[in-house]
Design a protein around this ligand. Structure first.
Ligand code: HEM
Length: 160
């Protein structure tokens, strides 16, 4: 190994892949497990206005993370593994679960998230709370799938 090996495609790509995974999955963990129970003490207008500040900021980063995860992941499949034929089974599994996560995320973004923002802008708190409850359930789903994907990505290469 020479001193420039840290800048090889695989090193940079795997590093970016892990950072993007941390941003998306770690962000969901924090939102669901720490922020959500903590803001439950607030009155609906304050609580929902707070989420209206949190969601657009976080969701922007989720889009960036998705682009990075798919670009670096597929790049590794073709550059390091020479295509799907030479790709280990855990990567196929990771891609499959990621596609489900992407579908769930797109459902959140283009459905209840948009409805939520419009209802908060209209100060329709009961309707906004309804949309937020749907977002919460879908984020919980993606959090479980995301933790699973991280475990698959990190542990898969050691499977017999
Ligand atoms: C929610 C989405 C995803 C998460 C959380 C995730 C997470 C991870 C983690 C934690 C690793 C191990 C650390 C690393 O190499 O950076 C990894 C490796 C990898 N991921 Fe993903 N990943 C996701 C999506 C994808 C997608 C869409 C692909 C495309 C095929 C992909 C392909 C790969 C590959 C090829 C590796 C290297 C595997 C190895 O060397 O054994 N990942 N992933």
């Amino acid at each position: 190994m020479d001193s420039y090996d840290i800048f090889t495609y695989s090193a940079v790509s795997n590093g970016l892949h892990a950072i993007a995974a941390v941003i998306w999955v770690g962000g969901m963990f924090f939102a669901h497990m720490a922020l959500r129970p903590s803001v439950a003490v607030l009155e609906p207008p304050q609580r929902l206005a707070l989420w209206a500040g949190v969601f657009p900021r976080f969701f922007r980063w989720v889009w960036v993370s998705i682009v990075v995860l798919f670009a670096t992941g597929l790049g590794t499949v073709f550059i390091d593994f020479g295509g799907f034929g030479g790709t280990p089974v855990h990567v196929h599994l990771m891609l499959t679960v990621s596609l489900v996560m992407l579908a769930v995320y797109a459902t959140i973004y283009f459905g209840p998230f948009r409805a939520f923002m419009a209802r908060v802008a209209a100060r329709d708190w009961p309707a906004a709370a309804e949309a937020q409850a749907v977002i919460r359930k879908l984020v919980a789903t993606n959090l479980v799938l995301g933790l699973l994907t991280v475990a698959i990505g990190a542990a898969g290469r050691f499977w017999g």
